[in-house]
Design a protein around this ligand. Structure first.
Ligand SMILES: Nc1nc(=O)c2c([nH]1)NC[C@@H]1CN(c3ccc(C(=O)N[C@@H](CCC(=O)O)C(=O)O)cc3)C=[N+]21
Length: 297
């Protein structure tokens, strides 16, 4: 019987656990603040940013939403980030990716003060993650760990195949899973667009984490019996429905669920955890900057 892992349920539990941290901060006259910066014409980015701001409202984090025209010069974005770094009411800063082609992504990520970098994308925070002493775990990979934990899937000694090598999911996911730590200690293979015979690799996996951004790339034929399947895909496929698109994962869900011991859906799987772990990192940033001890879940 396949275990359908309910991301919304796990995300709601984590948000409930975060409430006590917010109360501790309030008792110390601290209101955590998260600034989201959007410089994009992409509809998906607007959706995600509004979801993040809504989640902040729900939990009591003060949200600041900044929009910069997609055709503005790069220096306008860099200057705005500099102002946010210096704003005492802002503890977390997230610049929604992707940024426009004319903007240097690395320059943007390095402009965010590492103590405000709630994505965990700043090189200093990537370095701390890879050396096993993370300040901020990137939200989606950390959310995947929370889903595996909730599904009682132990990663120790398991063969994990990550499909995708992005800086925001694949690579940090690999780093978290190889660490000598709880929810780590796995043997990890990272596959990507140049991998030969992908199916041969994924069929060896106890756990498959699909984060390639390719709609329905993984199907039943590519899985071992009782594999655990985590679908990180958030692909918008155009349809003639009212919404104009449907959200499709990197896994062909109806096919994969025939073989998987546990599987996450899209939507309703990893996405909600990305949001919850962003709230987690924002609370951690406020606690660090304001020197308040909180007991994070
Ligand atoms: N600096 C930065 N940090 C990010 O964390 C970041 C980013 N840029 N750029 C884009 C990706 C994507 N991302 C998602 C967040 C929530 C859902 C989510 O909650 N999705 C819902 C469905 C939402 C819908 O209906 O479209 C679900 O899967 O249930 C999905 C994707 C964060 N990202």
């Amino acid at each position: 019987m396949t275990n359908h892992i309910d991301g919304n349920k796990v995300a709601d539990r984590i948000k409930a656990e975060l409430h006590s941290c917010i109360e501790t901060l309030e008792q110390n006259d601290v209101t955590p603040g998260l600034a989201t910066v959007l410089m994009s014409d992409d509809g998906a980015s607007e959706t995600y940013v509004s979801m993040k701001q809504q989640a902040c409202d729900d939990i009591g984090i003060e949200g600041f939403h900044i929009e910069i025209p997609a055709d503005a010069p790069e220096k306008r974005l860099l200057q705005r980030i500099e102002e946010l770094n210096a704003d005492p009411t802002v503890h977390g800063i997230l610049v929604q990716m992707p940024v426009p082609d004319h903007v240097d992504e690395s320059a943007v990520l390095e402009q965010v003060d590492p103590l405000h970098d709630v994505d965990g994308f700043h090189p200093e925070n990537v370095g701390r993650l890879t050396t096993g002493n993370p300040r901020f775990k990137p939200c989606t990979p950390h959310g995947v760990q929370k889903l595996l934990e909730a599904a009682d899937v132990d990663t120790e000694g398991k063969n994990v195949v990550i499909v995708g090598r992005s800086n925001i999911v694949g690579k940090p996911m690999m780093n978290l899973l190889v660490q000598k730590a709880e929810n780590g200690n796995a043997t990890v293979t990272v596959c990507h667009s140049r991998t030969e015979d992908l199916a041969a690799k994924t069929r060896q996996a106890d756990i498959v984490i699909a984060a390639a951004g390719v709609p329905e790339l993984i199907d039943e034929s590519m899985l071992s019996e009782e594999a655990v399947v985590i679908d990180v895909g958030v692909n918008r496929v155009d349809t003639d429905t009212e919404k104009g698109y449907e959200l499709v994962g990197d896994v062909e869900f109806e096919s994969a669920k025939k073989k998987a011991a546990a599987i996450t859906p899209v939507p309703g799987g990893v996405g909600p955890l990305t949001i919850s772990m962003l709230l987690h990192n924002t609370i951690k940033a406020a606690a660090l900057q304001e020197d308040v001890a909180v007991d994070l879940p």
